[in-house]
Design a binder for this molecule. Structure first.
Ligand SMILES: [Zn+2]
Length: 309
């Protein structure tokens, strides 16, 4: 009797200790999955779709699986999340912002991605006709003859969204600065995509984004400052080009930060976002924010983050 009590105590103790590592709570809002088909093509996270047999998501899933392993290690988590593959016609029912195919994640553990030929990718493929023929040829060398930009918007950017989920899991939904969230998303994207077994996704996303900057396919954009990004965020999202312009700037900053500071910097950046969570400390002035950033990220990183527009 006594020994079985001891055994029970040991068992309870083991379970308690065991559950301490990567304490993980169920944060996924499953009410948002209503009307979707649950798929079982991975054991790493939950997958839902508007279609029972969606085509073209195999690589997306594999990339997310590999990125989850990487992020779990860097952030010391075992994050559970759900990926919702949503077609064009059902987009507005499940996503918070148009156009269909613009990847997005939420503070409730869900990520929404396009499936099939997305409107986002189709629009951008039409824009490519503005490129000089030589540039178009070199784009085909990384994307193949039939340029499919869903490979960028779904495959590459899903990893950016996954980075946001590792942040949202630890913060409230009251963000201190949206631009900091976006640099973080890009930083996660660059780091995890570089770790994928194949370098195809990195080559595609890097070539495409650098080309957009080089050829200035954005045209004249209305908003360029970080304060405007905060104040007019929804307007900027609606002006897709302007949002894209900001994202490519953040992407270049993220690339530089990652090449200088490596994997551990992701953790330091996430800790900064947790520390300055507006729900905890309220909205603070830029000057005060810069002081905290210097303390946590160092002067050199803050110099790279300095906005030149
Ligand atoms: Zn983002």
């Amino acid at each position: 009797m006594k020994s079985s009590k001891i055994r029970l105590a040991i068992l309870v103790l083991t379970l308690t200790i065991g559950s301490c590592k990567g304490t993980n709570y169920d944060w996924i809002d499953r009410a948002r999955h209503e009307g979707l088909v649950k798929l079982s093509n991975t054991a790493s996270f939950e997958v839902f779709s508007t279609e029972p047999n969606p085509i073209g998501i195999k690589n997306t899933i594999q990339n997310l699986e590999q990125s989850k392993v990487y992020f779990d290690e860097v952030f010391d988590e075992n994050l559970n999340f759900a990926v919702l593959f949503v077609d064009n016609k059902n987009w507005n029912k499940y996503a918070w912002a148009p156009p269909p195919g613009m990847p997005q994640s939420d503070y409730d553990g869900n990520m929404v991605l396009g499936v099939g030929k997305s409107i986002m990718a189709t629009r951008w493929e039409q824009q490519l006709s503005e490129l000089p023929p030589g540039k178009m040829d070199s784009l085909k060398q990384v994307f193949g003859n039939e340029i499919d930009l869903d490979l960028f918007f779904r495959d590459a950017l899903s990893i950016h969204e996954l980075g946001h989920l590792y942040q949202f899991y630890k913060t409230s939904n009251e963000s201190q600065r949206r631009w900091l969230n976006e640099v973080f998303g890009n930083l996660c994207q660059v780091a995890a995509v570089k770790r994928l077994e194949s370098n195809e996704v990195f080559n595609q996303m890097d070539y495409f984004q650098e080309l957009l900057i080089e050829e200035n396919l954005w045209g004249n954009v209305e908003f360029k400052t970080l304060d405007q990004f905060e104040e007019s965020y929804m307007d900027i999202i609606k002006l897709g080009r302007n949002y894209g312009w900001y994202q490519t700037q953040f992407y270049q900053i993220a690339k530089e930060l990652y090449s200088k500071f490596g994997d551990e910097f992701l953790n330091e950046f996430r800790n900064l976002l947790i520390a300055v969570d507006a729900k905890k400390i309220g909205k603070i002035e830029n000057d005060k924010l810069i002081v905290i950033m210097r303390e946590r990220l160092g002067d050199e990183a803050v110099e790279i983050l300095k906005w030149k527009h």
